[in-house]
Design a protein around this ligand. Structure first.
Ligand SMILES: [Zn+2]
Length: 269
């Protein structure tokens, strides 16, 4: 589908006013053929607005005097001075008050064009408003999520694990885990986890003596990583965490580390 652009709205306005040239019209029609919802809405608005504008003018019948004046002026325009003679006391409109027909059409065209521009602007504002609403929704969702995760760290029943190095671990590795037994959520923070090239650190949960992979530790360039686990499983059976250094991509099976264990973290109360 061809991408909707702002210029399409200008083309839509001109399309409704019937003043698109051949090239622009076929360009817009090609775009409309792909059912662009923005342009379809704009066309509805523009078309509707023209009708609404016409309907918003209060209906009025000209008084007989005005009708007679207009008729007399028309007859005067037709060239014959007879109009004045025939209608007697009714004076023809003075020429200097009559709008040249072209000027009248130009004013009407300006009015319709201004309406088109107004609706183009309104459509854009509506799009901006929708975008802003989406952003607020996303931020609210992010904030809710942060609050939920902050609650893990603040939970009175939270259990923590400080990791200790095994002889196979690099001295600068640091890791810490917090588990909320109530919600089963866990947050693990890792520091200085820069794996040697071609290797990855992998996190394991130990239930009794059975390891279960919790995934790879993917640090930022400074070696820091935060792992948020939505459901760590039954916290009662969870005895410890372990970290192994695996070939790139991790161990081939979920229940068996293949590389050396570099850290162990036993869960405290
Ligand atoms: Zn479009």
């Amino acid at each position: 589908m061809s991408q909707h652009r702002d210029e399409h709205l200008d083309l839509c306005a001109a399309y409704v006013l019937g003043c698109l040239d051949e090239a622009d019209r076929s360009r817009l029609e090609a775009h409309l053929a792909e059912a662009c919802p923005v342009c379809e809405g704009a066309l509805r608005d523009f078309g509707g607005s023209a009708v609404l504008l016409a309907a918003s003018v209060p209906p009025a019948l000209p008084s007989p005097a005005i009708k007679a004046r207009v008729l007399a002026a028309v007859r005067g325009d037709a060239g014959a001075e007879g109009g004045r003679a025939k209608e007697g006391r009714i004076l023809p409109m003075k020429k200097r008050w009559a709008l040249p027909p072209r000027l009248g059409w130009a004013l009407a065209a300006c009015f319709v064009l201004a309406t088109g521009v107004l609706f183009t602007t309104m459509t854009r504002l509506r799009q901006d408003l929708n975008r802003a609403r989406d952003q607020v929704q996303n931020l609210t969702r992010d904030l809710d999520s942060e609050r939920r995760w902050a609650a893990v760290l603040a939970s009175p029943g939270a259990r923590t694990a400080s990791f200790s190095l095994t002889p196979a671990g690099e001295a600068e590795l640091r890791a810490r885990a917090t588990v909320d037994p109530e919600t089963h959520r866990a947050i693990l923070v890792f520091q200085n986890f820069k794996a040697p090239s071609g290797r990855d650190y992998e996190l394991w949960a130990l239930r009794g003596n059975t390891p279960v992979s919790l995934g790879l530790i993917r640090p930022d360039p400074s070696g820091r990583a935060v792992l948020r686990i939505e459901d760590i499983g039954d916290p009662a059976g969870l005895t410890a965490f372990a970290i192994s250094l695996e070939p790139r991509g991790g161990a081939p099976t979920r229940n068996e580390p293949t590389g050396p264990i570099v850290m162990i973290g036993s869960l405290g109360g």
